[in-house]
Write a protein that binds this ligand. Structure first.
Ligand SMILES: [Zn+2]
Ligand SMILES: [Zn+2]
Ligand SMILES: [Zn+2]
Length: 340
């Protein structure tokens, strides 16, 4: 297949800005001829992401012509680092207090160095909605769950408000992984009881106020204590992996082996253990401190506190901060024998 010559100059940066106006927020896009248009106050963030997602789908290009847009501009989006490396990713970043959102192709090194940025899994935005077709060939069950949960946590770290509680993040993760192609999801009472969130309205209200979903929770839950919701985040609606695969990932996230021994723990501890589990291979793991704090929605001091608690609960055998690498590293108990 011959490439069109315009591919060489393809620009894969899209920016939208929300500005408060007396009549409600207005969305302006740097790439659209369309004039700024009003969006509903409660779902302004979702409207912004939806707009960006549409551009990515419309402007799809072959993988090999994608380059680091950050480097192309002289790396203005982050402090200096050792240079571009890694694969080209779709990176969502926000600034101006969450009013401006930028989606761009950037290399893994630039993505990691950019503040307030998250990698958007290609499966979330670039694929057309897979609808609930049963594509059983998608992949074999196995270590994919951990990767899928890590992708979704990364996406949610950018899509949800920064101050979202751990309970809301855990709930959003379950909703995103269990939703059908129309964004409908129903969490049964047994599941919510297992998450120790049964009868607990606050995290639902958080997600409603963030414009991330609409739900039936009214304090009095439906039959058997389940809650039905409609997701409003189009980034999540367009997931291409088959629903069965996502459901397996959702299940793994409830018992994230090998760090699954925290069912009775408060949500912040559960979320931290889950984030660690997605960055653990064998008996040890590591992740950049910045990344961990972003994924957990907590300060570094809070994360370190929770690592201590996991240590006391013997979920971890040890942890330390590798200051030079900017990383947190941990080890699991045991003699190195896999128990999976
Ligand atoms: Zn636009
Ligand atoms: Zn850069
Ligand atoms: Zn780069």
């Amino acid at each position: 297949m011959r490439l069109s010559p315009t591919h060489a100059a393809v620009r894969r940066v899209w920016t939208v800005e929300l500005s408060p106006q007396p009549g409600g927020p207005v969305l302006a896009c740097s790439r659209c001829p369309r004039r700024p248009y009003p969006v509903a106050a409660g779902s302004a963030r979702t409207a912004a992401l939806a707009h960006l997602a549409r551009h990515v789908r419309e402007d799809a290009v072959p993988e090999h012509v994608r380059t680091c847009e950050c480097q192309a501009r002289g790396c203005p989006w982050h402090p200096r680092h050792r240079g571009c490396s890694g694969s080209v990713l779709l990176v969502l970043a926000r600034d101006r207090g969450g009013r401006r959102w930028r989606l761009a192709d950037a290399c893994a090194a630039c993505a990691a160095a950019t503040d307030q940025a998250a990698v958007v899994p290609a499966t979330l935005l670039t694929a057309p909605p897979a609808c609930c077709s049963r594509s059983r060939m998608s992949r074999a069950p196995g270590p994919g769950e951990r990767a899928r949960v890590r992708e979704m946590l990364t996406y949610l770290a950018a899509a949800l408000p920064r101050f979202s509680s751990a309970a809301a993040r855990l709930l959003a993760l379950q909703c995103a992984l269990r939703a059908d192609c129309g964004g409908r999801v129903r969490l049964p009472g047994g599941l919510l009881r297992g998450m120790r969130l049964a009868g607990y309205a606050a995290p639902w209200h958080e997600l409603v106020h963030a414009g991330w979903l609409r739900c039936s929770f009214s304090g009095v839950q439906g039959a058997h204590g389940g809650v039905a919701a409609q997701l409003l985040d189009v980034g999540v609606l367009a997931q291409s992996p088959a629903r069965g695969d996502r459901a397996q990932a959702a299940h793994w996230a409830l018992h994230p082996a090998p760090l699954g021994a925290t069912r009775e723990a408060p949500p912040a501890l559960q979320l931290t253990a889950l984030v660690l589990a997605t960055h653990t291979a064998g008996q040890s793991g590591s992740a950049e401190a910045d990344l961990l704090t972003r994924l957990c929605g907590l300060s570094l001091a809070q994360v370190e506190d929770l690592l201590d608690r996991l240590l006391h609960a013997t979920v971890l055998a040890g942890w330390h901060r590798a200051a030079e690498a900017g990383e947190l590293r941990w080890q699991l108990p045991g003699n190195g024998l896999e128990t999976e």
